[in-house]
Design a protein around this ligand. Structure first.
Ligand code: SF4
Length: 502
């Protein structure tokens, strides 16, 4: 995405009438110049309108005057208190503390995915299971968060392999919450290969949210996610269990719009030609939200990159084709949204920030989420645990036996990560038009470039975020009947699905 300067617009510097202008960032997207500000407001101008704006010629009576004034881009009637209120609302998550506690119940897993990041171990390695005592201390630790909402997310390995510990955490935290009075959610991220009826029924009865991985049609899913010792059965299992869960929710009288298995997909080289089929599969299974995620170039993926990897440019081309297909389906009345686009759209089209820990400033590692390893080690996020699993403990911030919650979240490593992801102070990001919507990943930077900061434009996340948000602006700019804007607005609507209010 090229940046524009007064030079590239052929405007002599003295023509810019700064005294007429509010505070804004800008960049060229397609045929338009987009203006953004810290409150997340934006406007798209033609180059001619942008010239007029810079030269102070957008005045009362100009067709864009009211819009630019209301959004704070003009100095005329600029209400700084109102702007401050909007920014405060957008950054409301600051000071809330972690609302996501990732618990690694085991590293054991019966799949061996081509891109695994989870430092998995084989099924006989019971020494990588979390003990009940460690689980109790981890729950106690996480519940010290000042956040009034807390989601326990069970991960692995395959977390259901250590089901007794998962059950214990759900029951024990609910018992403890009778004193704490938080809003609690529980979510298990499972590959479904260790699911059985007893476990499934317990999860449904106890309203534990279920999220799985489904990379696409059978040939794509089974190639990406081989099930050790059971060739070609992973797809059948995951689809079968998704249907089982979804039927059970209906039987229990739960609203299927709110209660259904969520699925995540990771794109490998095989996915790039199968975007539409992947979306069709999700629609057939009744899934309303698909996250088209790129591979992360670390974990097992570094070894398999030549076979499964691609450039970010190739991925963005595939993302654009698939997003357009999803928009087309929506125009035909099919309800499905793309998850990353929806996260950005909430920032662009609503007064709130969705507080998605991976795309915010500062990033949520240690300030929005916290991760407990199977042995009680504490990390700012699951990626920190992964780096530890690879033999580098730089992101370990304590353990549940010796480290208080306050010590963990105030750890110098958490502060460094926050500093390295605070966009207002980062060269390039501070002046980037995408800063109000973006978020950087210092732990990714560390894994790829060896330092927390890296040079953002060289990172995959910068290219991905700029590409996606640029695409959303382009689709909004080329929307004569307002159909795309109305679909995008629908994607920003959240209905609460509270599993446990005790
Ligand atoms: S990471 Fe890239 S897209 Fe995001 S704010 Fe920084 S420069 Fe802009």
């Amino acid at each position: 995405m090229s940046r524009i300067t007064t030079k590239s617009l052929r405007l002599p510097k003295r023509s810019v009438r700064a005294e007429h202008l509010g505070y804004f960032r800008f960049g060229r997207i397609g045929k338009h110049v987009v203006l953004t500000n810290d409150a997340g407001e934006w406007s798209q101008l033609t180059p001619g309108e942008f010239d007029a704006f810079l030269m102070g010629n957008v005045e009362d009576g100009h067709p864009r005057f009211e819009e630019l004034r209301e959004r704070g881009f003009l100095r005329a009637d600029l209400d700084l208190d109102d702007m401050a209120r909007k920014i405060r609302r957008k950054r409301r998550y600051l000071g809330h503390g972690p609302h996501l506690a990732v618990l690694i119940t085991t590293l054991r897993c019966n799949q061996s995915c081509a891109y695994c990041h989870a430092s998995r171990t084989d099924m006989h390695r019971t020494d990588t299971d979390m003990s009940l005592e460690t689980a109790r201390l981890a729950v106690d630790h996480a519940m010290k968060t000042p956040s009034p909402y807390l989601c326990f997310e069970y991960q692995g390995g395959e977390p259901t392999v250590n089901f007794d510990v998962l059950k214990f955490c759900v029951e024990y935290s609910r018992e403890r919450n009778k004193q704490e009075g938080k809003t609690l959610d529980h979510s298990v991220v499972t590959n479904m290969t260790y699911m059985n009826q007893e476990r499934a029924d317990w999860l449904v009865a106890n309203k534990v949210l279920v999220c799985t991985s489904l990379d696409g049609p059978e040939s794509v899913h089974n190639a990406n996610r081989p099930w050790t010792g059971k060739k070609a059965a992973a797809y059948e299992s995951v689809v079968g269990w998704m249907k089982y869960f979804n039927n059970k929710y209906v039987e229990q009288g739960l609203d299927p719009e709110l209660w259904h298995v969520d699925a995540l997909m990771t794109s490998t080289k095989r996915s790039l030609k199968a975007g539409n089929q992947i979306v069709d599969l999700y629609v057939d299974l009744g899934i309303r939200n698909i996250h088209i995620r790129p591979l992360n170039p670390f974990g097992f993926a570094t070894k398999t990159w030549r076979a499964i990897g691609y450039s970010m440019e190739e991925w963005l081309g595939y993302y654009e084709r698939t997003l357009d297909y999803i928009i087309e389906l929506n125009k035909q009345g099919v309800q499905i949204m793309e998850g990353t686009a929806a996260t950005f759209l909430k920032k662009m089209l609503t007064p709130d920030d969705p507080n998605f820990v991976d795309i915010r400033t500062p990033v949520g590692s240690g300030t929005g989420q916290i991760c407990y390893g199977f042995d009680g080690s504490i990390f700012p996020s699951d990626e920190g645990r992964m780096v530890h699993g690879m033999g580098d403990s730089i992101f370990k911030i304590g353990d549940v036996y010796n480290t208080s919650f306050e010590e963990a979240v105030n750890h110098p490593t958490v502060r460094s990560i926050a500093t390295a992801s605070y966009l207002d102070t980062l060269p390039m990001c501070a002046t980037c038009w995408n800063a109000p919507y973006c978020g950087v990943r210092p732990l990714h930077n560390y894994m790829q470039f060896g330092d927390l900061f890296a040079q953002r434009p060289l990172t995959g996340k910068c290219q991905q975020h700029m590409g996606i948000v640029g695409l959303l602006f382009k689709r909004l700019a080329n929307d004569p009947d307002g159909a795309v804007a109305s679909i995008f607005r629908r994607w920003t609507i959240d209905r609460p699905r509270l599993a446990d209010e005790t």
